[in-house]
Design a binder for this molecule. Structure first.
Ligand SMILES: *Cc1c(COP(=O)(O)O)cnc(C)c1O
Length: 407
C-alpha cells in the first residue's frame, strides 16, 4: 500500500521474499516508472482491471458516482474515456458508450431503451447480425418487431405504432448502398414517441452525423472504417443525456464493455480516418464509373452515380462523399465470381473499411442465410460482388478491378 505521499511502505518492503516481490511487482516502483517532467506524446495503454482506493469513503464516492474516477475496468477506463471523447466531438453527441463490438453497441441500445412488450420497426436491409439480434433474439425477450423497407416512407409510417420504442435503420445499407432519409424517418418516429437509432458504420461521422439530422441514437462498428486497419473489434453508441439513464448500468451488467488495448488501437486508427475516407470516396467514385461502362459488370450500385435510386437523398444525408462501398453484378454468376477472386488482385475478405481495397460475396457470406426468393427480392444474385474500396492510388484501384474482371 502507498502512504499519503504515494511511496511504498519501507518496512514491509525490507521483509519481502521472492513471492512477495513477484506478487507486488506491478505496484512497487510504479511512481518511478512514470515520473518524468515531460508527457508521453502517445497515450499510455492502461490495462489495469482495477484501481486501488485510498479509503472506504473514496470507494463509496467513486461507486455512487459523486466522484469521477476509475474503480473497475468494466465500469470505465482511461483508454475508453479518451476514445469516447473523440467520438462525442465527431458525432456532436452529449454521451458516448464504447462497447466491445458493433454488435454489443446494438445490444446496448436495445437493452437500455426497451423492455418486454415493446415493439421495434427494423429496416429489412440491416447487417445480418443486427437482423438476427433484433428479430429472433429480441423475440425471446418479448420484444416484437416489424421489418420494413426504410426507403418507402409510407410503409414506415404505417409500421410505427404507439408501442414502438425504437426505429432502427442504417445510413447506407449493405450491400446495395441504399441511403435513407434520416430527417423524414426521425419525424415519423417522433410522432409516435419512438426513438430513431441509426447504424452509421458505412458512413462514419466523416460523411454523416445522424444526431444532427434528428436521430436520437447512433452506433458505429468501430471495427470497420473508423479504425480502418482490420485489427480491432470495437463499437460505440452515442446519444443525448435524456436517453442515457439506463446506458451505464446496461453496459456494465450485460458485460458489453470495451478493452483498453482495443480502444488504444482504435484511437490510433481514428487519427487518420479523415484522410482515409477522403481517398476511399474519391477512389470509389472512380471505380463505380469504371464499372458502369464495363461490359462484364451489370447493375452497378453507388450513391454517387446519378442513376442510383437514392442519389437525391444522398446529397442531403451524406456530406463530403458517397462512401467506399461499390456493389455490382458480374456476368457469369458464381463461377465468374471465383475467377474474379482467383485473379488475386483484390483480397476476398468478408468485412469492409480496410486501408486496402477488399471484396466480399454477399451470397456466400453476409447474406448466406437468406432464401433464393429473399435474395432475389433484395436484388442480389450469385454474381453480386461488394467492393470495399481502399486508399491506394485511384489508378491502382481501377487497374486491380480491370485485372480481376479480365481473369
Ligand atoms: C460489422 C457491422 C456491424 C457489427 O459490428 P462488429 O464490430 O462486427 O460487431 C454492425 N453493423 C454494420 C453495418 C456492420 O457492418
Amino acid at each position: 500500500m502507498t502512504n499519503p505521499n504515494g511511496e511504498f511502505n519501507k518496512n514491509s518492503a525490507e521483509k519481502k521474499s521472492v513471492d512477495d516481490i513477484c506478487a507486488r511487482s506491478l505496484v512497487d516502483g510504479l511512481a518511478d516508472n512514470f515520473s518524468s517532467p515531460t508527457d508521453p506524446h502517445s497515450p499510455p495503454i492502461v490495462l489495469s482491471s482495477v484501481w486501488s482506493c485510498e479509503g472506504t469513503g473514496q470507494a463509496d464516492a467513486l461507486l455512487n458516482g459523486s466522484l469521477d474516477g476509475y474503480v473497475y475496468q468494466r465500469d470505465g477506463h482511461p483508454n475508453a474515456v479518451q476514445f469516447a471523447a473523440a467520438c462525442k466531438s465527431l458525432h456532436e453527441a452529449e454521451e458516448v458508450a464504447v462497447t466491445s463490438s458493433g454488435m454489443s453497441a446494438m445490444a446496448l441500445a436495445m437493452l437500455s431503451q426497451l423492455k418486454q412488450g415493446d415493439h421495434m420497426v427494423v429496416s429489412d436491409q440491416l447487417y445480418g447480425g443486427s437482423t438476427r439480434l433484433l428479430t429472433d433474439e429480441a423475440a425471446r425477450l418479448g420484444i416484437t418487431h416489424t421489418l420494413v423497407d426504410m426507403c418507402n416512407l409510407d410503409v414506415v409510417r404505417a409500421a410505427v405504432i404507439p408501442a414502438t420504442g425504437l426505429v432502427v435503420v442504417e445510413t447506407i445499407s449493405n450491400p446495395l448502398v441504399r441511403v435513407v432519409d434520416i430527417p423524414a424517418i426521425a419525424d415519423i418516429s417522433h410522432n409516435q414517441d419512438a426513438l430513431l437509432l441509426v447504424d452509421n458504420t458505412f458512413a462514419t461521422p466523416a460523411l454523416c452525423k445522424p444526431l444532427t439530422l434528428g436521430a436520437d441514437l447512433v452506433l458505429e462498428s468501430v471495427s470497420k472504417l473508423m479504425n480502418g486497419h482490420s485489427d480491432v473489434m470495437l463499437g460505440m453508441l452515442a446519444g443525448r443525456t435524456e436517453q442515457w439513464d439506463r446506458v451505464p448500468t446496461a453496459l456494465s451488467v450485460w458485460g458489453l464493455a470495451s478493452s483498453p488495448l482495443q480502444c488504444w488501437l482504435a484511437n490510433r486508427g481514428l487519427s487518420t480516418m479523415h484522410l482515409r475516407i477522403r481517398q476511399c470516396c474519391e477512389n470509389a467514385m472512380a471505380a463505380a464509373k469504371y464499372l458502369a461502362q464495363h461490359p462484364r459488370a451489370q447493375n452497378v450500385q453507388y450513391p454517387g452515380l446519378a442513376d442510383h435510386q437514392d442519389y437525391e437523398i444522398s446529397q442531403s444525408v451524406l456530406a463530403n462523399g458517397f462512401g467506399h462501398i461499390v456493389t455490382f453484378q458480374i456476368n457469369g454468376g458464381r463461377n465468374a465470381v471465383d475467377q474474379f477472386i482467383g485473379a488475386g488482385s483484390i483480397p476476398f475478405c468478408p468485412s469492409l473499411g480496410d486501408v486496402m481495397t477488399t471484396m466480399s460475396h454477399p451470397c456466400s457470406t453476409s447474406h448466406r442465410s437468406l432464401t433464393a426468393e429473399q435474395l432475389e427480392s433484395l436484388g442480389l444474385s450469385q454474381g453480386t460482388i461488394r467492393l470495399s474500396i481502399g486508399t491506394e492510388s485511384t489508378e491502382y484501384v481501377v487497374n486491380c478491378i480491370e485485372a480481376a474482371l479480365d481473369a
